[in-house]
Design a protein around this ligand. Structure first.
Ligand SMILES: O=C(O)CCC(=O)C(=O)O
Length: 246
């Protein structure tokens, strides 16, 4: 299928810092991505460098896959799809560059939470014309650890950070916001739906204690004009070194 961003999607993304897209991938595309992730974890992951993944506390279940654009032809091709790049072009305000393909698996029963953070504390880009297309491979329900976003929070820019000590999410907000959950945007999604969030939109998610996996596939893009801020990078690397790899 071909995806395309309407003017109202572009407007909502820039105003709210997050937008939900129904049917971003078809059921067949979701099934293909699921099968490829399953195969990659089973057949390929053991031969990849340690920074290709983060495990849950049980030290065996995958929490995140990282750098899939380097390790998998399938996922690099998905991230380079022309229609997806054209979709994000007006959102990153320039030539889209695929920066990363990764997963937040949030496996059944043991899936850990993600502390309040802004992605640009990890990406370190200026201007912050960078985003994540978060694609539901499983259904995301109220119970299995949906991602909550604070609408409009990207307008305040990057806020002070602190090392979180969480493996896979090493840097969080120094002062987590107190906005009640019912005033946040809850990313409830059917398989194939997506949310797209700007890299300074504050977000977080709870652990998954249900018997249902909540697998998200993330495509990360920046505008070709963004540059790495060395001060932000130094702060990020200190946190990531304390709880590697990310
Ligand atoms: O999938 C999650 O629970 C968190 C995702 C996240 O932090 C992100 O997309 O940057």
């Amino acid at each position: 299928m071909t995806v395309a961003a309407s003017a109202s999607v572009v407007e909502e993304y820039h105003r709210q810092g997050v937008v939900r897209i129904r049917g971003f991938l078809t059921a067949a595309e979701v099934a293909e991505a699921w099968a490829e992730l399953d195969r990659y974890i089973r057949d390929d992951l053991a031969s990849k460098p340690a920074d290709a993944r983060t495990l849950e506390k049980d030290d065996k279940t995958v929490r995140n896959l990282w750098r899939l654009e380097q390790h998998s032809d399938f996922f690099r091709r998905l991230g380079e799809r022309t229609d997806i790049r054209e979709f994000v072009r007006p959102l990153v305000k320039g030539e889209p560059v695929l920066a990363a393909v990764e997963t937040f698996n949030k496996p059944a029963l043991v899936g850990s939470g993600v502390p309040y953070h802004q992605d640009n504390a990890y990406f370190c880009q200026t201007p912050p014309d960078m985003l994540t297309v978060w694609i539901a491979i499983d259904a995301v329900t109220q119970a299995n650890g949906p991602v909550y976003f604070i609408p409009g929070s990207h307008h305040a820019g990057l806020l002070p950070t602190t090392p979180s000590g969480v493996r896979g999410n090493s840097i969080g907000l120094a002062d987590p916001p107190t906005v009640p959950l019912d005033q946040q945007f809850c990313g409830l999604l059917a398989p194939g739906d997506a949310t797209i969030h700007q890299c300074e939109t504050i977000h977080h998610s709870a652990p998954n204690t249900t018997p249902h996996s909540r697998l998200g596939l993330l495509l990360v893009y920046r505008g070709a004009h963004t540059q790495t801020d060395p001060t932000l990078k130094t702060t990020y690397l200190a946190a990531a070194t304390a709880t590697p790899p990310a």
